[in-house]
Design a protein around this ligand. Structure first.
Ligand SMILES: [Zn+2]
Length: 376
């Protein structure tokens, strides 16, 4: 992740508080609390109001919410103290997104696959509820209490104003003046992890490619399974990290024939070393190397190079170089990149042209590129 988001408090955070209440005060108390009724929600009048509205509503969303809260209550009522204790630890772990990302050993996390086989029905019900929850937050009775996702997005983007996707740094993001918006990605995928599908520290706007083409349902917290079946945790960037950092990108070219570059001719290196583990995870889940190389080969790379060379006209008749030298150009670009690293993919452009310079491409006479320059 190239830069972290700023967390933006919003009315929608109340939804997670509702779910916390349902989990700790209703479900976890089920073994001792007797039959399911609305009095169980007395400690949270707003939620009680919502539950009451759902009870008398025949909309699909109301039925979904009320039905699952009650159904899971029945299943919890049969659990032992030890089992409830374990579920509490998992709930807490899965909702501490920062500690999950940091791979803090004191945090116990659980995927649906970690819930014991004997609890198959509970597993299924939790999965139906938490997977469907996000799609059902627009139900009228809830909306009155928590606002809507469009409102959240506008506020979020009015604070996070870079205009670029922080996961790839190259795609534009819809902002406050667009009538449409980017989708929210469940950073810990909702299909794998129970309990956190409505936690806004786990919900991050991301560009379509990052979310739907590359990350999909990849698990950022675990190294993809090795053939022996072993699983290993890994660190991943926390999307709302408080401290900023600077991802260093270095690009080296193994050959100078820019017209016939293939991905293997480009060597990408990332730093700083202190973030190595997070960087490896980031590269894995967002296909970063493939996408950056693609952009350099099929996308902007050649145009960036020609731009430098065009500025540096080789005037044969006037015995020298006229216009800006590549060094002048690179100096200016470096200055722009420090100021606006993500505008016009400057961070990548700067690294690529530095690589071209190291590969000796600016000591080649312009006529090498002449033919290409003439192309429309
Ligand atoms: Zn992206």
């Amino acid at each position: 992740m190239l830069f972290p988001y700023k967390y933006v408090p919003h009315q929608m955070d109340r939804m997670q508080k509702f779910i916390n209440f349902i989990f700790y005060q209703v479900w976890c108390r089920a073994p001792k609390a007797g039959p399911f009724d609305l009095d169980l929600f007395a400690g949270n009048p707003d939620l009680k109001e919502v539950m009451e509205a759902f009870l008398y509503s025949d909309t699909k969303g109301a039925y979904f919410f009320y039905g699952h809260v009650e159904g899971i209550y029945q299943l919890f009522s049969k659990l032992s103290r030890t089992e409830i204790k374990q579920l509490k630890r998992w709930y807490q772990g899965n909702n501490n997104i920062q500690k999950v990302c940091e791979n803090d050993p004191s945090t116990q996390i659980a995927r649906y696959s970690d819930i014991p086989q004997q609890k198959k029905v509970l597993n299924q019900k939790l999965s139906q509820f938490f997977c469907g929850l996000y799609d059902n937050i627009g139900i009228a009775a809830l909306k009155q209490k928590i606002g809507d996702i469009e409102g959240h997005y506008k506020l979020f983007m009015s604070v996070n104003k870079t205009g670029k996707c922080p996961f790839c740094g190259i795609a534009d993001m819809q902002g406050v003046f667009h009538s449409t918006r980017e989708a929210y990605d469940h950073y810990l995928p909702k299909g794998l992890y129970p309990f956190n599908s409505i936690n806004f520290r786990n919900l991050v706007p991301a560009c379509h490619h990052c979310n739907s083409s590359y990350k999909t349902s990849k698990d950022p917290a675990f190294i993809p399974k090795d053939p022996t079946g072993a699983t290993h945790r890994r660190k991943v960037f926390y999307p709302f990290a408080n401290s900023s950092y600077n991802i260093e990108v270095t690009i080296d070219l193994k050959k100078t024939d820019i017209d016939h570059l293939v991905p293997d001719d480009i060597q990408l290196a990332f730093g700083p070393p202190v973030l190595n583990e997070e960087i490896e995870t980031w590269k894995d889940i967002y296909g970063i190397e493939e996408r950056y190389k693609g952009k350099l080969i099929d996308g902007d790379g050649k145009a960036w190079l020609i731009e430098v060379l065009d500025e540096w006209k080789w005037q044969e008749e006037s015995s020298g170089i006229d216009g800006r030298s590549p060094n002048d150009y690179l100096r200016n670009l470096k200055r722009h990149t420090e100021k606006f690293p993500f505008a016009s993919s400057n961070f990548l452009k700067n690294a690529f042209l530095d690589g071209c310079d190291r590969a000796g491409l600016f000591s080649i006479k312009e006529d090498t590129f002449e033919a290409d320059n003439q192309k429309p």
